[in-house]
Design a protein around this ligand. Sequence first.
Ligand code: NAP
Length: 406
Amino acid sequence: MSGTGKVVCVTGASGYIASWLVKFLLQRGYTVKATVRDPSDPKKSEHLLALDGAKERLRLFKAQLLDEGAFDSVVDGCVGVFHTASPFYHNIKDPQAEMLDPAVKGTLNVLRSCAKVPSIKRVVITSSIAAIVYNGRPLGPDVVVDETWFSDPAFCEKSNLWYMLSKTLAEEAAWKFAKENGIDMVTINPGLVIGPLLQPTVNTSVEPILKLINGAKTFPNATFRLIDVRDVANAHVLAFENSSACGRYLLVERAVHCSEVVQALRELYPALSLPEKCADEKLSTPIFQVSKERAKSLGVNFTPLEVSLKDTGSIDAVTNGCMYFPYKMSRIVRHQPSCSDPTMEINFIHNQIFQRRLVSHSIQDSISKLKLQNSYGHHEAASQKDCQDLVEELYEVQSFEGIQVV
Ligand SMILES: NC(=O)c1ccc[n+]([C@@H]2O[C@H](COP(=O)([O-])OP(=O)(O)OC[C@H]3O[C@@H](n4cnc5c(N)ncnc54)[C@H](OP(=O)(O)O)[C@@H]3O)[C@@H](O)[C@H]2O)c1
């Protein structure tokens, strides 16, 4: 294993991308110093501590991006630092405090700590396509966007694109600091990241896909540039291990309109109830091409969109005539061979959950945010009742709120 005996740091380790990165690093034999904001919160740490090799080689540290010097002791002794922590969510009330400061000042805070440690060979920063494409240049099916593109902060600000602005300013500041301080730095610039979750809560990029398979009436009039989370995490490792890696690596497997995502899901799972109509007919961001050249040169093998979509949720469960369970529960369902009897399947899940006490704190929270869905029309009478019973029991045992049987 190429990481044996080497110590690396991952910031924001409990996040969607970082959790996969920690998993891959541990698999490769690295010792990982992982920062989280609250190590005592099981939702942020349980899934990391359960990873293979975690017991021996994962250490959790508490660190906030805006606490000056908070990363000093964490990066000390490391050969590599992966900086992924940055806020990524919608509904921002105060862009400066919530998004821009943690992204920009936080990145500089981490880099300042790195600059003090001579053993650090390279810093890999998780940037985004958000720092590449938002500059007002015309886009269209014949336009190929590549790593030479930079988003324009003024354009982002004028358009209230606060997340895009945060990633653009953070990457800009990081390059400047790295050059001035002789830090070997590489950035990974993914599109919208989808694929299986290790963490127990829904993250921003997976939400739109889960909404589609969870009973949305319409699909958004939006275009997505999608990439699998495993490819993103792998690219981070490659960018660190490959000594000739440099600059930026843009990662997009496919650019699609949401209608194509719905169509792909329909083809994968004909039994799934999916939205038929687009939410509106306004002009959406046009489709454009994204260069894969540099990512391929790094050694990234792109996971096809269909595989990523399939793995994003437990859609398998629905095709087996049962319920849709997200996250860890989805894995429980997958252990059951294809089952045509919904009652049997429900009993199986029920037993798995309660007898083996798989409903941990972290799962409780995630279930409460989502629906249980029974989408098998012809078994409706029998399975609806079983679902109801199960839901009632879930309420009783855990007092989950917000679970619905559709
Ligand atoms: N997902 C995508 O589609 C996508 C695409 C391109 C780039 N990216 C970038 O990838 C990185 C990870 O994103 P993700 O999708 O994995 O999102 P995520 O699951 O929300 O992870 C974000 C991480 O950042 C941490 N964080 C946020 N604010 C922080 C603060 N003030 N101090 C310390 N930690 C803080 C969070 O910590 P807590 O766990 O404590 O909340 C969390 O671990 C981000 O830099 C994001 O911009 C994501």
